[in-house]
Design a protein around this ligand. Sequence first.
Ligand code: DX5
Ligand code: ZN
Length: 218
Amino acid sequence: MKNKRLISPSFLSANFLHLEKDIEMINKSEADWFHLDIMDGVFVPNISFGMPIIKQINKLAKKPLDVHLMIVDPDKYINDFKEAGADILTVHYEACRHLHRTLQSIKLAGMKTGVSLNPHTSVDLLEDVIQDIDVVLIMSVNPGFGGQNFIENTYAKVRKLKKIITEKNSNTLIEIDGGVNLQNAEKLFEAGADVLVAGSAVFKSENPTKTISLLKNE
Ligand code: DX5
Ligand code: ZN
């Protein structure tokens, strides 16, 4: 299957004093999803934002909310995230003791399922659940902060995961998160990625709308 070329700008790097402006910019841009990073200060050494902010963004966002949970015990909050407006709910492999059960709960709540892998976690571990996953989010930095350097081993992980998905005849999308920029976007799509998350590359650029377009079409 030919890969999609979707862009999911990460609001971690947005201007929280002018969120409305940034949401409208994404609505009008060629971006496909809104990437929202939820951090609990336990799974990752940082705290971001939670339900109230997601709910506000959901009021204005005209594209799917791609919610990336970097929290322990995500099962506790699945229905709350649905209520807040999440369309895709991504949990970390490393945070789930019973991943298969968690995926069923996300589906039952009416959302697309996502599983994220830290840089040290092998894509092979998803072989037996790949059919239940709509999106695999490969972390290309250690989760917790925006603006970090891209880890080069990611390309090999993408190729390996693409092979598993094809062999299992699954429709799972591959999403990449961390250090994505105009230098590596094309190479990632070529390796088999379908969705690229970009935080600082978009929001810290002079012309975010144009950067989104370049990331997507270069
Ligand atoms: C990091 C988050 C990312 C982050 C990416 O833990 O999951 O989504 O916002 O930021 P950049 O694109 O700046 O690396
Ligand atoms: Zn993220």
